[in-house]
Design a protein around this ligand. Structure first.
Ligand SMILES: Cc1cc2nc3c(=O)[nH]c(=O)nc-3n(C[C@H](O)[C@H](O)[C@H](O)COP(=O)(O)OP(=O)(O)OC[C@H]3O[C@@H](n4cnc5c(N)ncnc54)[C@H](O)[C@@H]3O)c2cc1C
Length: 462
């Protein structure tokens, strides 16, 4: 298994010959900038390379494979599980130069992009042509399609439209040996052999380096209607989520904030909350004008007797105002504690009320502060255990709470990660969900792609 702490000077030189010396950094400052992702975990690489083409990527991998040097692909470093952190050093492959939207093909409703394209840029390019790329992680203004593919990113609209994997129909990728493969199709259907494209999606940069992606697009919905609803507490909001999802209506988003998250978010943006508000839902419907309105009317009728206050708008600017409260939350939580352990658990949506109650019970039993928000409509609740990582005792107690949270989620028929992946942070817990045999089978798949273990080593598997 690869895992070097230094790499020899001749490798740096060869990287310069392959990608151009101006695209290779091996100095302390240049490497430090690529040592973190959004988890704030640190692992300093020995070199950073910004390749400009698939051919360069293939040559870099081939060199690294020959010399047993770890290679860590990196998009924008916005990952929340440590996937892009070079925990064993080696070479970071950064795709900032490979950020071209190769085509938006309106006749076949597909887009072909390089991995470094920022998600919001693809969405804007699709919208210009009346098309829609629905996956919308909260980080869409800066994360990349390559990172989305590797993490199978979800987002607010996953409830109605699905996650990144539902839009990747084909891709090109370089294997650790340097060999380039094409997986999947450019057509609406395809079933020739195993579906390697779907296997590579969500593989967290451990099987292959994705060099080009073909994505399905759909027609842009004509109308979007946004609702915010305030509730007395998490239980009432959780019951409202379950009621909406058990009805014939399908919102495109159904986002949730508990009382603490709501208070922190409102404080950050100076929003005046209604009296007694202890939880919040943000709901959107879309489609034709009539359909979006019909869906929203139905949902409103379901919530009228449950909510303290409901606001609805069809106006884009007013909707952006309503979203501010939801979007301000994640960062606002740092006003409550210096750190948070942010888990992205999922439970079957009918069990959301039980999950929320259970997280509250764990918090009071273990004396921890647990704050919940997220994509409740598909059961994907971000559970934040607030802590101070510089205090080892406090961190240990917070980790106990994380373990209990995962135990509850699995008992409710859920999963420990809906969209952030295992990476480094959930590595100690993967065995809670997968059996030893399942982990062994996955490791065998990894070794077929990467027999020398050079690609993103130390991730996913304990
Ligand atoms: C404020 C905020 C909000 C967020 N909201 C959401 C959300 O709603 N939904 C969600 O799913 N996530 C969310 N995230 C997490 C994160 O943005 C996603 O996981 C995103 O997909 C990571 O993209 P990236 O370009 O930053 O990838 P990075 O963090 O750089 O890398 C992530 C993984 O992808 C691998 N990788 C990157 N490029 C390639 C490639 N070309 N080939 C192979 N492997 C590659 C890396 O090795 C790593 O394992 C959020 C993060 C933040 C900070």
């Amino acid at each position: 298994m690869a895992g070097t702490e230094t790499i020899s000077g001749d490798i740096i030189e060869k990287l310069g010959v392959i990608a151009g010396a101006e695209n290779v950094a091996a100095d302390e400052t240049g490497c430090l900038a690529y040592a973190y992702d959004a988890t704030r975990l640190k692992g300093t690489p020995n070199a950073v390379v910004r390749p400009g083409s698939e051919e360069e990527i293939s040559k870099i991998l081939s060199l690294a494979n020959e010399r047993g040097v770890p290679v860590v692909p990196r998009g924008a470093g916005s990952g929340l599980s440590g996937g892009a952190v070079p925990s064993r050093g080696g070479i970071v492959l950064s795709f900032e130069k490979m950020n071209r939207i190769i085509s938006v093909d309106t006749e076949n409703r597909i887009a072909t992009v390089q991995p470094g394209v920022v998600t919001a840029d693809l969405q804007a390019a699709a919208e210009e042509k009346g098309l829609f790329y629905p996956p919308d992680p909260g980080s869409l203004a800066f994360c990349t399609i390559g990172g989305n593919v590797a993490e199978n990113a979800g987002g607010m609209r996953a409830l109605k439209y699905g996650v990144t994997r539902d839009y990747v129909i084909g891709l090109r990728a370089a294997l650790p040996s340097g060999e380039v493969i094409r997986a999947g199709v450019k057509t609406a259907k395809g079933v020739v052999g195993y579906d390697l494209a779907r296997l590579i999606v969500g593989s967290e940069g451990t099987l292959a380096v994705v060099t080009e992606i073909t994505l399905r697009l759909i027609p842009l919905p004509e109308k979007v209607i946004t609702m915010t609803a305030f509730f007395a507490g998490a239980r009432q909001a959780g019951e409202a989520v379950a009621a909406v999802m058990a009805s014939p209506f399908t919102p495109r988003c159904l986002e949730f904030l508990d009382g603490e998250a709501l208070g922190a978010g409102a404080g950050k943006i100076g929003y005046a909350l209604p009296e007694g508000a202890g939880a919040f839902l943000l709901i959107e419907t879309d489609g034709s004008q009539d359909e979006a309105a019909r869906q929203m009317d139905g949902i409103r009728a379901l919530l009228n007797n449950k909510a303290l206050r409901i606001n609805i708008t069809q106006d884009k600017a007013a909707s952006a105002e309503l979203w501010k409260l939801r979007r301000s939350t994640s960062q606002a939580l740092f006003s409550i504690a210096p750190h948070k352990i942010n888990e992205d658990t999922v439970v079957p949506v009918s069990r959301v009320p039980e999950a929320l109650e259970g997280f509250g019970e764990i918090a009071s039993r273990l004396g921890q502060k647990i704050i919940c928000f997220g994509h409740a409509g598909d059961g994907n609740i971000h559970v934040n255990v607030m802590t101070d990582k510089s205090d080892p005792e406090r961190l240990k107690e917070a980790e106990k709470a994380v373990f209990e949270v995962f135990r509850l989620v699995l008992a409710l028929g859920g999963t420990i990660s809906g969209e952030h992946g295992i990476g480094l942070t959930k590595l100690p817990y993967i065995g809670m969900e997968l059996s030893a045999e399942e982990i062994e089978l996955q490791k065998k798949i990894k070794s077929v792609f990467d027999p020398n273990g050079i690609l993103n080593p130390g991730k996913i598997f304990p």
